[in-house]
Design a protein. Sequence first.
Length: 171
Amino acid sequence: MKNKIGISVVVIAAITVLVVMNYLLGIFRFPIDIREYVANNSEKLTAFAEELYQKQEEDIEIYYWVWEVPIEAKKEINPFNKLAIISISVAKSSGDGRQDLVRFMLKGQPEKQGYWTRGIYYSPNDVLLDIHRVAQEGDYYEIDSSESHEKSRYRSEKICDHWYYYEEAVW
């Protein structure tokens, strides 16, 4: 009987450790449709991104862990809970703001072969950005400069107002 209780305690403790580790580090994630997640949570994600953007004081700020993100930003939603986030970077330019963004770099394989990273970004001015954060026209942008030996490949597409999906490879 004591043996069964001891085993039960160990199993419960192990499960608790795994749940806490998953929450903090995002080890186990079920695949989700990123575009659907963003479209369904755009208001809350926008509030999250705007909070980070408004608090931005440097040219670029990068958050790698959930505990680095200001608590105020996580009031409505914490994207670390659903998305397998590698980092969140907040970039402000000193110009007209057309290059500003809050980028969420995600773990996982991009949809198209030949790309190495993927993610989503929030554009405060709702502009499509290329690999160098230069504003482009339209809702879709793709460049494959590997043929010209520039060694980069990038594509970005609009999900909904202010939100874009991207994939990139630079070598």
